[in-house]
Design a protein around this ligand. Structure first.
Ligand code: NAP
Length: 327
């Protein structure tokens, strides 16, 4: 039978690696089961210009490699594989990678969320080269371009409004003529001089070799297609939290996001914590995910200390205002 570890972190993005860094420095010797596609959404982001501490920006994949290296420096172990099953019904918690079982007294779930994509080959080919799913990350690269946004929900409207800071024109393409977004967002976009609407249309193909030159759009009512000039396409058709493995064991909302007790990362199972985008559909930034990973490690550390009977640091004890060694 496998050894019982103090902590397993599931997920290798900003939340998981930050949790591992803090936990490793607290001598919890965490195992991060980081997934085959470790690094998360930052692996499909080019320059990151809004993560504090990188005044000249940094490439998303490079930043994730640095997060990982920093966690490794303090003794984190990594397993580059996907978790296939978990059992949180009793302690120690059990986590499987195929037939291999790992056991731990605490678990941090940091599996993130994945942007939904349209599913076009041309979209895939031009990801990071004009096709993006994150206006906050990539909008600034498309100054004075004609930017298209696909989607009809609040995210699409929010992205479109944000992108007006950069593009000379922003066109929102939506497959229906009614919008799912809240009325206030729709009104705000309708009132904006830079925003135009193209409905009911879907993006059928992204045109261009090394960067976008245009889009092929199809009218969903008439079936007619047309080509338009475009400098960027932001796909904003929703995100899906990566929670399929957990939803039968952890509390979640209607969209599958894990629910943490407000102000903490505690799930409904004591000893299991949720950090990053897997429990946050609002902010979804690398820096907020990292912050939440830090919270999860501190929560896990306190949980384990309480389990061992260290009353001074027990969960029931007041949370310290600041911990000098953990700046
Ligand atoms: P959403 O509400 O699920 O909207 C997704 C949109 O994408 C819908 O308009 C949908 O079209 C369209 N869509 C889905 N799949 C598509 C496909 N394959 N091809 C073309 N279009 C497709 O997702 P969201 O906008 O990300 O919002 C998620 C949640 O977060 C919502 O509850 C939202 O209110 C909330 N949110 C709130 C704010 C805010 O309040 N500021 C900001 C962002 C998000 P149909 O309408 O035809 O289904």
């Amino acid at each position: 039978m496998s050894e019982v570890r103090d902590l397993i972190v599931i997920g290798g993005g900003p939340a998981g690696y930050t949790a591992a860094l803090y936990a490793a420095r607290a001598n919890l010797q965490p195992l991060v089961i980081e997934g085959f596609s470790w690094g998360g959404q930052l692996m499909i982001t080019s320059d990151v210009e809004n993560y504090p501490g990188y005044p000249d920006g940094i490439m998303g994949p490079e930043m994730m490699a640095e997060f990982r290296r920093q966690a490794e420096r303090f003794g984190t172990e990594f397993l580059t594989d996907n978790v296939t099953r978990v059992d949180f019904s009793e302690r120690p918690f059990r986590v499987w990678v195929e037939d291999e079982e790992y056991r731990a007294r605490s678990v941090i779930v940091a599996t993130g969320a994945s942007a939904r994509w349209l599913g076009l080959d041309s979209e895939d080919r031009l990801k990071g080269r004009g096709v993006s799913a994150c206006a906050t990350c990539d909008g600034a690269f498309f100054r004075d371009k004609h930017i298209y946004v696909a989607g009809g929900g609040d995210s699409a409207f929010e992205e479109a409004l944000f992108l007006t800071r950069f593009g000379y024109k922003v066109t929102l393409v939506h497959r229906r003529s009614e919008f799912r977004a809240s009325q206030i967002m729709v009104d705000r976009a309708r009132d904006h001089e830079k925003i135009e609407f193209k409905t009911p249309y879907v993006v059928e193909e992204v045109l261009g070799e090394d960067s976008i030159s245009g889009l092929k759009l199809r009218n969903t009512e008439t079936g007619e297609s047309e080509e338009v000039e475009a400098g960027a396409l932001f796909v904003a058709i929703g995100h899906d939290p990566n929670t399929a493995l957990f939803v039968d064991q952890l509390d979640h909302d209607a969209n599958g996001y894990l629910v943490a007790k407000p102000g903490t990362t505690e799930t409904n199972v004591p000893g299991v914590f949720a950090a990053g985008d897997v429990q946050d559909h609002i902010y979804r930034q690398a820096v907020t995910a990292a912050g939440s990973g830090c919270m999860a490690a501190l929560d896990a550390e306190r949980f384990l200390a309480a389990e061992e009977g260290h009353a001074a640091t027990a969960l029931t004890a007041p949370r310290p205002e600041a911990e000098p060694t953990q700046v």
